[in-house]
Design a protein around this ligand. Sequence first.
Ligand SMILES: [Zn+2]
Length: 269
Amino acid sequence: MPHTYTLTKQGMLYPSFFNSMRHGVHQGLATSAREIQVRGETLTLTKDEPDLPEGAEVEVWVSRFFHCITLADKKAEDKARADHAAETRAREKQAIDEAKAQYTAPAESLIQQSPDKQALTKMLEHLFTERKAKHEVYSRFWRSADADKKHQSNIAYEQMCVINEAIVCLSRYMKGILAEKGLKIATAYPYSPNEGARSGHYSPGEYHAVILNLSGLFVGRLERSAGDALCKPADKFKWLEHNDKAYGDVTCRHCLKKMANLTNQKGFK
Ligand SMILES: [Zn+2]
């Protein structure tokens, strides 16, 4: 903040002058190191105030006492604030670019290599672990009054979004592979009172993979009927409503792991 000088009126304080000063900010001039002129009157710095630069333009206002700041200080402050905002934006952009290189690019390049279920599972685990760590930072500081911590929280949020993109990338790839093998998957969002609003910060619920094949799914110990989610049967949810048009991408960690496992199946009925 620019330094705020406190001033007094020596001698008679005319009501008309005081009333004209009471509202808003008024332009004044430092006529000496200790005095300013405003609206034809002279105000004097209180004795513990530092000197004003002589000839400085000032803004004067009343708040119990008379106060002023120099326009030069105010401009320097505005510039510092603008510089800081630009720097913050640049740091956020850099963090997003780094996160893309760290998460999205490897996920995309993995897909190009026709990965087996182990490679898919490993990448998914990595992404979910990283996302959890980012979420912890985000939720720890999201309400912080400290600008640096708040900034850390914002960055972590942006990184989470990038990790989500990488997860969606794998999710779509696996859904495509499974569709080619005859497994039809829709997505479903389980509405529940707790979903999306844990302790106030953004904590979205997950989209589950729901089997559409009328014959269900029987692979090893995995038994699911049509309308069940891969991670658990529909009756284990409070409310699981799916859309046959497959809106949304599968984001449930457990459903995605099951999808990864199923990619090595020959085909589905
Ligand atoms: Zn699920």
